[in-house]
Design a protein around this ligand. Structure first.
Ligand code: HEM
Length: 649
């Protein structure tokens, strides 16, 4: 028997259900309107939350009960988080030190290819196989694996429309304009900037070391504090050997470097006085102020803001991002300020380049106008300036020149918003990465005095015991032990330990060898990934792979680079490392980073001796890059305190 409501009875039922709210709205129109402003979004959010939970439940059932999930036969960790439908295994990954979460699963499952669970029990593929990664990151395939849209939304909030956020054709176009600025020739020209700020850094540290030995008027034998020195570090400082947050100082040097080498801007971050009572805020440093605010906000994304961005990712929930909140307002205002200053820099550069070209036209007696300069004209001008008559150009200058060439079609050019996006991107991507890498390297060297001394001996052989002259770019690149120390540090302490992609269309990723299925009874040679699924790019896990680097893969051993094992020599990765990933989405700043890193290390190790503080345990914390903090001194926040003294010649 079929039971149906007659249309008239259905309508009357609907009316009877709706009549109480309708009469309520009629009686209290204003209050009802105000209530609806809260209730309707709340209803949508609750519905969305229920929707996500239903999806998570379905994923759980299809994996554990029906075994219809396509990854059912893949190894997976035995234990999930306390609320698996919400966070899958993410809690475990987040709680463990960087990389350790992934490596622990790898050890537990005895394989490098497995699937764990992310937000709302979504599957995340983990493939710790270098050949698979090379395939995925190659020119042919990398545009099929995009950054997740939630990650891009978060990044876009801080960085604007830069190359780190762009995808597909927009990315190709931006990268083409940016690339010439990062070529070897361009980076070589930046060497004097790397040297200048490395020397400034040495001068600041030298001031603290010298003052610590002369300030004997100190209370109870403790010298006066230095700027950015915690009370803990002050308490254990000794005359001539203070404990200094070396990470803080390297970050200031790196900011000065990226400001000057990036777009000719002088942050003067190292101009700070080492005496905290004399630290004055520099007037008119709008870019520095806006950047600092924005940068602090990137370090702490609160859960509400993250959810807001995550939800606004879905078409029906786009409006969620317009809900006002303090953090959103702060970010927007800091970004707005940064945008204004960056726009002024862009305008100034445009004028500078036009004038430069006009002068060239006049010098050549050509009939061409500055606006008619082609890429070839720019290259010709570049080669004549390489003779040393003009100083090296900053990255933005080179980028904008490439952008302004008359034979670059308007469709290929970057608009002003995109140019500004590159400034913010270079600021964020280009300074905390290298400064953290340098700080971690000094910590590694502080634990191995013989390695530190061996590096110092090579530096002194080249530049004298008192660092009498600055290294030039080619010398820096050809010092074998310095190179070995830098690469080994990139390997064991990658500033970016992993990243993530989502497959745009379904694809099959080949593996270098067969990997075992979950029951161990069979193997698979490739992994099929459907559209929309997430895949981890396990940078550090591959850098620490024992199959490539041997049983001491976890140890810091620069000597291994002087006689690379065949498995590393032929792994096909740039510099044999995953640190900068590879392909069209690989780090565009890798040469810049290496030259800057070597310059700072050379000057620091050439001038000072670094020691760890007895009984202080430094731990790595995962934020956008890996930062360090001391256990028991969490109130200080990220820091890398090392005891520094002058080397005795
Ligand atoms: C130790 C230093 C550095 C490390 C370990 C590092 C690592 C990385 C990694 C892993 C990526 C890929 C991120 C992803 O796609 O998810 C990346 C991208 C990028 N890096 Fe670096 N980086 C370093 C220094 C620098 C410097 C100094 C600059 C600029 C001067 C820079 C600029 C960029 C840019 C613009 C991208 C985006 C490239 C693109 O998507 O086309 N990086 N970096």
């Amino acid at each position: 028997m079929k039971f149906e409501l007659a249309p008239s009875s259905a309508a009357s039922l609907l009316l009877s259900v709706l009549s109480p709210p309708i009469s309520l709205i009629r009686s209290y129109p204003i209050s009802s309107f105000l209530a609806s402003l809260v209730l309707i979004p709340l209803l949508v959010v609750v519905t969305a939350a229920l929707g996500f939970l239903s999806i998570a439940t379905w994923r759980y059932i299809s994996l554990h009960i029906l075994a219809t999930d396509m990854y059912s036969h893949f190894p997976r960790p035995a234990r999930t988080d306390r609320y698996p439908l919400l966070t899958g295994n993410l809690g475990h990954i987040r709680k463990a030190p960087p990389v350790e979460g992934h490596l622990a699963f790898q050890r537990e499952l005895n394989t490098k290819v497995y699937v764990y669970r992310g937000l709302f029990y979504s599957p995340r593929l983990m493939i710790g196989d270098a050949k698979a990664m090379l395939h995925l990151l190659s020119a042919a395939n990398s545009y099929n694996y995009e950054k997740p849209s939630s990650t891009r939304l978060v990044l876009k909030n801080f960085l604007g429309e830069g190359v780190l956020v762009a995808e597909g054709d927009v990315h190709k176009r931006q990268r083409k304009i940016l690339q010439p600025a990062f070529n070897v020739g361009a980076i070589r020209e930046l060497n004097p900037i790397f040297m200048r700020y490395s020397r400034d850094l040495v001068e600041k540290i030298g001031q603290m070391v010298d003052r610590s030995s002369s300030e004997k008027e100190a209370v109870n034998g403790i010298t006066k504090p230095f700027v950015a020195q915690s009370k803990y570090s002050q308490n254990v400082s000794r005359p001539g050997a203070p404990v200094i947050d070396i990470g803080w100082w390297c970050t200031r040097a790196a900011l000065d470097i990226i400001g000057d080498a990036g777009f000719g801007y002088h942050f003067e971050a190292l101009k700070v006085d080492v005496d905290p009572s004399l630290v004055v805020k520099r007037a008119g440093d709008e870019l520095g102020d806006a950047f600092n605010t924005l940068f602090k906000l990137t370090l702490k994304i609160d859960i509400f803001r993250f959810l807001q961005l995550y939800l606004s990712n879905f078409r029906l929930l786009k409006w969620v991002d317009s809900i006002p909140n303090k953090r959103k307002r702060a970010t927007e205002s800091a970004y707005g300020e940064l945008e204004k200053v960056s726009m002024r820099i862009v305008e100034r550069k445009k004028k500078e380049i036009r004038n430069e070209m006009q002068a060239e036209v006049e010098a050549r007696g050509s009939s061409k106008t500055a606006n008619g300069f082609t890429k070839a004209d720019f290259d010709e001008k570049e080669s004549s300036s390489m003779t040393g008559s003009t100083p090296g150009k900053d990255l933005l200058h080179l980028m904008m020149r490439a952008n302004m060439a008359a034979d670059v079609s308007p469709r290929e050019k970057l608009d002003d918003a995109e140019l500004i996006g590159q400034i913010t991107t270079l600021l964020i991507a280009g300074h905390e990465t290298t400064s953290n890498q340098t700080a971690w390297t000094l910590w590694l060297l502080a634990q191995q005095p013989e390695t530190q001394q061996k590096l110092r001996a090579e530096i002194h052989d080249h530049f004298g015991k008192g660092m009498e002259r600055d290294p030039n770019y080619d010398e820096l690149m050809s010092m074998p032990y310095l190179d070995a120390v830098c690469k080994e540090s990139f390997r064991v302490k990658s500033a970016v330990p992993s990243t993530i992609r989502v497959a745009k269309t379904s694809a099959t990723i080949p593996l270098s060898k067969p990997y075992p299925t979950r029951d161990g009874k069979s193997t698979f040679n490739s992994v099929h990934i459907p559209a929309g699924r997430e895949i981890i790019i396990p940078i550090s896990a591959i850098n620490l792979d024992q199959e490539i680097w041997g049983s001491n893969a976890a140890d810091f051993v620069p000597e291994r680079w002087l006689d690379l094992p065949a498995s590393a020599k032929h792994n096909g990765l740039p510099m044999h490392l995953m640190t900068f990933i590879s392909g069209p989405r690989g780090c565009i700043g890798n040469r810049f980073a290496l030259a800057e890193f070597k310059a700072m290390l050379c000057h620091l190790v050439g001038n000072f001796h670094f020691e760890t503080v007895a009984d202080w345990k430094v731990e790595a914390k995962q934020t956008a890059v890996i930062r360090s903090r001391v256990i028991g001194q969490e109130d200080v926040g990220p820091q890398m305190p090392l005891r520094v003294s002058r080397i005795t010649t």
